[in-house]
Design a binder for this molecule. Structure first.
Ligand code: LHQ
Length: 258
């Protein structure tokens, strides 16, 4: 599979997807969106891929929709349903860890993509800008779903009204990011983190991801039922046998991801 606007690297079970239009801070052109969707539905979904890193080339993570290529009188509703929603569903639904490596500014729908990932590693040079309202639009590509869940309703309002730019350190405090890493060496550190996740118990991670994602909508009874089902599956995996054997033998486990 060869792409022009998205770069893919594989190392062991880790896949890195790099948005690759650095001259426009990786703004989302129709071509980039198509390639990103193909990368997420193809290579990222292969069972041999056990963790995914989404990051950006150059000094930006993603500046959102390509404003030079997206006429505002276009069918934006159709565009979102056709091109953006499948990407969001893959980022949040892939049965493996999906990590955003936010190397630089993440704005508008670029911020949406980062928030749709399971967690965000941010460079000290990164920033977030809700952005949409600054140009008279509203949140899309799942930002209005993830943002209040991550930062709380009041803080979401504060970020949306005004659309200010949030620097990396504040993003960490607010809950927009989970780890702050030095800009120097960020790409290597983010990749090492995701490579280490790819050696983990992928099947347990996938089941845990279902539990956590479902917890936001479930009541206690529904969540207890889901946990029992997920634990039943985890307990019958080869990885749990390896995990327990490694514990008894006082050695690191060698998980095979199922
Ligand atoms: C860009 C962009 C960009 C094109 C920087 N497009 N070129 C809407 C419609 C449809 C469906 C889906 O969703 C949406 C929602 C959205 O995502 S709307 C777009 C939301 N994004 C924004 O409003 C961000 C617009 N960009 C900015 O405000 C700034 O560029 C930020 C704050 C991101 C970065 O500022 P700087 O670091 O000062 O960089 P810059 O502004 O100089 O940008 C560098 C280049 O990238 C520049 O090109 P140039 O040829 O002048 O060097 C920009 O024009 C280009 N660029 N964002 N979204």
């Amino acid at each position: 599979m060869s792409f022009e606007h998205v770069r893919l690297d594989r190392e062991g079970g880790a896949l890195r997807i790099t948005l690759d239009r650095p001259e426009v801070l990786n703004a989302l052109s129709p071509e980039l969106l198509d390639e990103l969707r193909q990368a997420l539905e193809g290579p990222a979904a292969e069972p041999e891929v056990r963790a995914v890193l989404l990051t950006g080339a150059g000094r930006g993570f993603c500046a959102g929709a390509d404003l030079a290529r997206t006429p505002v009188d276009a069918d934006i509703q159709g565009l979102l349903e056709e091109r953006y929603h499948p990407i969001v569903r893959q980022l949040s639904g892939l049965p493996k860890p999906v990590v955003a490596g936010v190397n630089g500014v993440a704005a508008g729908a670029g911020m949406s993509l980062a928030l749709a990932c399971d967690l965000r590693l941010v460079s000290s040079a990164a920033s977030f800008a809700v952005g949409f309202t600054g140009i008279g639009l509203v949140m899309d590509a799942s930002c209005s779903h993830t943002l209040p869940r991550l930062v709380g309703l009041g803080r979401a309002f504060e970020l949306v009204y005004g659309g200010r730019r949030v620097p990396a350190e504040e993003a960490l405090d607010l809950g927009l990011a989970e780890r702050l890493l030095d800009a120097e060496g960020f790409a290597d550190a983010a990749w090492a983190y995701v490579r280490s996740l790819a050696d983990g118990p992928t099947y347990a991670y996938a089941l845990a991801k279902r539990e956590l994602r479902a917890s936001l909508a479930n009541d206690l009874e529904a969540q207890l039922a889901l946990e029992a089902e997920m634990q039943g599956r985890a307990a019958s995996s080869a990885d749990v046998r390896e995990g327990i054997a490694a514990f008894r033998e006082k050695r690191p486990p060698r998980f095979r991801g199922r």
